[in-house]
Design a protein around this ligand. Structure first.
Ligand code: PMP
Length: 342
């Protein structure tokens, strides 16, 4: 009798169906004559993003330790949307309350999805001192933790379980390819994906070199350059306004910073060439790889992680009027971004 691979067996519930996402070749966008690119489609998780792994890891651990009690506890978290949706799905599944603290950059659709799962969504204004949203969101979370009975904070920027969840991401990439990839390109926010994948590479002695993709204006890998300071980030997901406590020195071999407009360009190219409708940080990863193409050795195998789906960005990244109003121009539809003509 042949054994059925894990990903083909029925999952006992939706949480158990998280992970084992497909790995897809991007041969149209990156012709394989120079190097071969495969994309890990994290948007195909049941909650629609890479953060499903993070949420499952944190919630299941807290349920097991008794820090979360179904019917009593309320999870409180600051989230730009994807972790909120992932938590909302799992909290609904496990009978837990959820308050998501977010800001004006969260799309209407994300907020609607969180609410559909039963979450309470609170939107904060920018912090008056820094002009950033994140400090204001964290302050609101701390207030709720102090006042709401049974409140529990996953603390995504510092929770080691968020990084541990991504050992599986790298393991799955390696299992799907004949050899571990020479390069991995991924977007950094909390740096959970980066740390989890980097730890897996280190623990298994893999040759994979990791390029972390950050947003211009983000402080993850050190203070912003003077020219970056006026850059107000408009695309949520990757980048951060505070240095994430999860980050450790040396996790990334290279860091590439991408503007929001370049993220949009990357998204549009991915859609035009590959018919992959992905989120803003996926576009950033694509742009970072295009910019790095000359540095890659001939015949290299490259894996990229595409963190979420584009449906969540229809009112922003994929709406010309928003792109024009935000950046004062539109990505070129000719040349590199045009679909191949036969
Ligand atoms: N891209 C998207 C769309 C995300 O939601 C996130 C998480 N905020 C990231 C990238 C970054 O992932 P991580 O938090 O693991 O660094």
């Amino acid at each position: 009798m042949t054994s059925i691979p894990a990903y083909r067996r029925p999952a006992p519930d939706v949480a158990a169906s998280i992970g084992d996402t497909p790995l897809v070749a991007l041969d149209r966008l990156f012709p394989p004559d120079r190097f071969r690119v495969h994309a890990k489609m994290e948007g195909l998780n049941p909650g629609g993003s890479v953060k499903d792994r993070t949420a499952r890891s944190i919630i299941e651990h807290a349920l097991a330790t008794g820090d979360l009690v179904p019917g009593f506890s309320t999870v409180v978290e600051s989230t730009s949307g994807n972790l909120g949706i992932a938590l909302a799905q799992l909290c609904n599944l496990h009978g837990l309350g959820l308050v998501c603290v977010t800001d004006a950059r969260a799309t209407r659709q994300n907020v609607a999805v969180m609410r559909a799962y039963g979450a309470r969504v609170e939107c904060v204004e920018r912090d008056s001192a820094s002009g950033e949203y994140l400090p204001a969101r964290i302050a609101r979370v701390r207030h709720l933790l102090a006042t709401l009975p049974g409140a529990y904070w996953p603390d995504q920027y510092a929770n080691e379980l968020g990084a541990l969840a991504h050992h599986t991401t790298m393991r799955e990439i390696c299992e799907a390819l004949p050899l571990p990839p020479d390069h991995l390109f991924l977007a950094a926010g909390t740096t959970g994906t980066l740390r989890g994948c980097a730890e897996y590479v280190r623990d298994h002695g893999l040759p994979t070199r990791i390029t972390a993709v950050d947003a211009v204006g983000s402080v993850i890998f050190g203070p912003t350059e003077p020219w970056e300071r006026h850059h107000r980030r408009a695309v949520p997901g990757h980048g951060a306004a505070l240095a994430p406590p999860l980050l450790r020195p040396g996790l990334a071999d290279r860091v590439v910073k991408v503007t929001d407009f370049e993220s949009v360009e990357g998204c549009r190219a991915l859609l035009a060439r590959e018919s992959v409708l992905a989120g803003g940080s996926s576009g950033a990863v694509v742009t970072a790889l295009r910019r790095s193409a000359d540095l890659l050795e001939p015949g290299a195998s490259v894996a990229v992680i595409l963190p979420d789906r584009g449906e969540r960005y229809l009112d922003t990244v994929y709406r010309d009027s928003w792109v024009q109003a935000t950046f004062g121009r539109l990505p070129s539809v000719d040349g590199d971004n045009a679909p191949p003509r036969s």
